[in-house]
Design a protein around this ligand. Structure first.
Ligand SMILES: Cc1ncc(COP(=O)(O)O)c(C=O)c1O
Length: 402
């Protein structure tokens, strides 16, 4: 027996990799992949929004032009045409065009989080997040051994007064991570006055705001409040993704922020994956330039609005008064608060046994809160299954109460 055989590979893992950064997401993806269950678990876009035929014909076109740039390595900052299309889009939608050195094409939102974490976080550095927040972000920050602190969220998004009080009391984060539009998992958005106040706090206390805009373009009415990056381009790095508006398989997004920050992310990307997929960059660029992205967004918003309304109506009809939930105006999620003392993990197991996949709330907090919460994602549930799924959940709540 060799020395290596005699010990477990785990003993050789880096200490930071041995930390529990969240087996949670693995379980959630397992539930989301179970096609037998009514799928309120995964935050997946509905496949009917994917432009499969269009992507295939664009690919044919790219190959036919003889320009094989899409098949070659690209500059780390991204292909010039794709960067230009992104700059134009940000200017149109957010009123600010990033300068050339303020923009990086990424391989999606998670890549953006990884690059920011890799560039900024030393062991024990403090990162403030929303409580609750996107589980993938908690995992990314923890994988760099950061100390993750949650500031509560209410119906108007991050409680900026509470953040101000914590900062005044001595909290000194390097980074603050927020999802200001149709947040994952709570479905709430940051109120306009809180946006300006947050940018002011970042300037005053000298931390970087990482603004995740994954659901920004999916407001049901197509409107959006000013982005944090447009309000504070000196203190905000915006992390965008095309996963929810184009398709996640393309793995494509952007980071827009202060030039010095972007240059550092470029260095980090050079030894991560060197560049975002040039093939994906070209596909998205053509898709967006031809107006197809905006046409699809109209259909996607209508689809998700209809599903959300159906979910809220079903909850209103069936749930006892001891249960409350958020009322999203965009995005994929509503956040349920079960009766006091309910164990949401046990509830999620009972729900799976009753044929419904939901996600318990605790993994969305870094600190053990959320034990009586559930995240319900309506984005990928067929309309006629929404009522059935909610009725089964309501029956479980009633059983629990009796
Ligand atoms: C808030 C948020 N950010 C980022 C992502 C992941 O984005 P990407 O697929 O671009 O890595 C998700 C996906 O669920 C998300 O909800």
């Amino acid at each position: 027996m060799t020395v290596v055989d005699a010990r477990r590979w785990r003993d050789l893992f880096a200490a930071r990799a041995r930390e529990d950064v969240g087996a949670g997401i693995v379980e959630i993806l397992a539930l989301a992949a179970d096609t037998e269950l009514i799928p309120f678990a995964g935050g997946f876009p509905d496949p009917q929004t994917f432009p499969a035929a269009r992507a295939a014909s664009l690919l044919d076109e790219l190959a036919a032009t003889g320009d094989l740039g899409a098949f070659q390595y690209a500059p780390t900052r991204g292909l010039p045409g794709t960067r230009d299309a992104l700059q134009q889009r940000l200017e149109t939608l957010q009123g600010r065009r990033p300068a050339d050195d303020e923009l990086l094409v990424t391989s999606g939102g998670i890549d953006g989080l990884e690059l920011v974490s890799k560039s900024f976080l030393d062991r024990e550095d403090t990162v403030v997040v929303e409580g609750p927040t996107y589980l993938g972000a908690i995992m990314a920050f923890r994988s760099f051994e950061a100390h993750v602190v949650a500031v509560p969220v209410d119906a108007d998004g991050l409680d900026v007064d509470e953040l101000a009080a914590a900062l005044a009391g001595g909290l000194r984060p390097k980074l603050l991570y927020t999802i200001p539009d149709h947040q994952n998992p709570a479905g709430v958005s940051l109120a306009a006055e809180r946006r300006t106040a947050l940018v002011e706090l970042a300037r005053r206390y000298g931390f970087l705001v990482a603004e995740d805009v994954a659901y920004r373009e999916l407001g049901f009415d197509g409107e959006a409040l000013p982005s944090l990056w447009s309000l504070g381009p000196d203190v905000v790095v915006q992390l965008g993704t095309t996963s929810k508006t184009f398709f996640p398989g393309v793995r494509l997004g952007w980071a827009a922020g202060p030039d010095e920050v972007i240059s550092q992310l470029v260095v980090a990307k050079q030894n991560t994956d060197q560049c975002a997929s040039p093939l994906g960059q070209k596909l998205w660029e053509e898709y967006a330039r031809r107006g197809a992205q905006d046409e699809q967004l109209v259909r996607s918003r209508a689809l998700y609005r209809r599903r959300c309304e159906r979910l809220l109506a079903a909850l209103g009809r069936t749930m006892p008064e001891t249960v409350s939930w958020t009322r999203p105006e965009g995005g994929f999620f509503s956040w349920l608060t079960l009766p006091d003392g309910t164990d949401a993990v046990a509830f999620a197991r009972r729900a799976a046994a009753a044929g419904v996949a939901v996600v318990p709330g605790a993994p969305f907090f870094p600190d053990g809160r959320g034990t009586a919460n559930l995240r319900l994602s309506y984005s990928k549930v067929e309309d006629d299954l929404i009522d059935d799924g909610v009725e089964r959940l309501a029956a479980l709540v009633r059983e629990g109460a009796s």
